[in-house]
Ligand binder design. Structure first.
Ligand SMILES: [Zn+2]
Ligand SMILES: [Zn+2]
Length: 403
């Protein structure tokens, strides 16, 4: 069924949302450039969140700010009662010292544009839309915290776009977790070491065990380690040592296995030195991205209709290993995280060059196309029951979810 409400076909509704976004283009560019000029890092996005939420409110839509327990999160939901709900995700945090080196000014404003374009359908909107302003993607895991508070409950699909050096229907985003190991020994004068228990020895033994483990891991896995505390003075046997560890694996299940193997190394170090170890897990570990194939196909077709040409994921260089808190969302709800060409080919993420291009005319074209392609994909999803069933089936298959 390709029917919208009141006899409007999806094609007619898409043309209307695109026209609405074109009419808002100057305002959206102004907002995106204002975000770009005033970068705010994780959990400090006070101006950014208020700017975006203010434009939602000015369009006559309900908006909650703060939302879901975070001061710089916001949420707006509108549309028909009881109808399917599409989530649209805004990010707007910047990087310390790098401004918008990940281009989240483009993400935040494309989400705003998509939501305002859909809202312009008024009573003809064939479902519900929930716009979520999500802080602290660059460390802090705003979406993980918001998910725990229910932000993504009841959504039937969810989407965002991310700037990149090319158009892609998805992106390889892998699972990522951090651990801290605190070793406790017994202090002693270093001239009488036999009376002490050396916590640094325990940590160093664990570090070496992890270095050996790396050879036995699949090439797609990563373990990073630093020593945060390793003693106070050379004439004291260290009674406390602290190591921090980063773990990455392509899939969440693989990360769990990796975590247990690293923990075994950490305990082995403690056992060897006779020290105690406490292992602390970062509660906001990032899951891998489960990209919903039917939704990604719909997004790609819509963006291609705007004149964008896509690369396949196979065209990407091997070994890309970034992570995002949107991965956790994708384990809860059918989700897409397509990339939109914003910066020249080969421009790396998290660089001054990326930040510069995120505020360029090309960046603003990407922002507007991202807004339109998301709004059109939302129209597809809300109008087409078959697409909704396919997306749900793909999600169950990819995540092993029971419902
Ligand atoms: Zn980033
Ligand atoms: Zn980013």
């Amino acid at each position: 069924m390709d029917r919208g409400s009141g006899g409007n076909t999806a094609a007619v509704l898409k043309a209307r949302v695109c026209a609405a976004i074109d009419a808002l283009a100057d305002e959206l560019v102004e907002v995106s450039l204002e975000l770009h000029r005033n970068p705010e890092v994780a959990f400090q996005e006070v101006r950014s969140s208020r700017l975006l939420a203010g434009r939602v409110s000015a369009a006559g839509l309900p908006v909650d700010i703060p939302a879901f327990g975070l001061a710089t999160a916001f949420a707006s939901e509108f549309g028909r009662d009881g109808a399917p709900v599409v989530g649209i995700v805004a990010e707007y945090d910047a990087l310390p010292g790098l401004g918008h080196g990940c281009g989240h000014n483009v993400i935040g404003t494309s989400a705003l544009g998509a939501a305002l374009g859909l809202a312009a359908l008024g009573d003809d909107l064939p479902g519900r839309v929930r716009l979520l302003g999500t802080p602290a993607e660059e460390g802090g895991g705003g979406k993980v915290l918001m998910a725990a508070a229910g932000a993504f409950d009841g959504l039937d699909a969810v989407m965002m776009v991310h700037p990149a050096d090319r158009n892609l229907p998805s992106f390889p985003l892998i699972a990522n977790a951090r651990l801290r190991a605190v070793y406790t020994g017994t202090p002693a004068h270093a001239a009488m070491p036999e009376t002490g228990v050396n916590a640094l020895d325990a940590l160093v033994t664990a570090y070496v065990a992890i270095a050996a483990l790396r050879q036995q891991l699949p090439g797609s896995h990563r373990v990073h380690a630093i020593i945060r505390e390793g003693g106070e003075a050379t004439n004291i046997i260290p009674a406390r040592a602290v190591g921090e560890f980063g773990l990455r694996a392509p899939r969440q299940a693989e990360l769990q296995v990796l975590r247990s193997r690293v923990e075994a190394c950490l305990r082995a170090g403690a056992a060897a030195a006779g020290a105690e170890v406490t292992i602390e897990h970062d509660p906001v570990a990032y899951h891998d991205l489960v990209a919903n194939a039917p939704l990604a196909r719909a997004f790609r077709a819509n963006a291609e209709a705007l004149g964008r040409r896509f690369d396949d994921l196979a065209a990407l260089p091997a070994g890309l290993a970034a992570s995002t808190d949107f991965g956790n969302v994708s384990h809860r709800v059918p989700a897409i995280h397509p990339m939109i060409a914003t910066v020249p080919p080969g421009t790396p993420f998290h660089t001054p060059a990326f930040a510069e291009h995120a505020g360029s005319p090309e960046g603003m074209r990407a922002m507007l196309d991202g807004a339109k392609a998301m709004a059109m994909t939302a129209v597809d999803f809300l109008c087409d029951a078959a697409l909704r069933r396919e997306a749900a089936r793909d999600f169950r298959h990819a995540t092993g979810a029971a419902a």
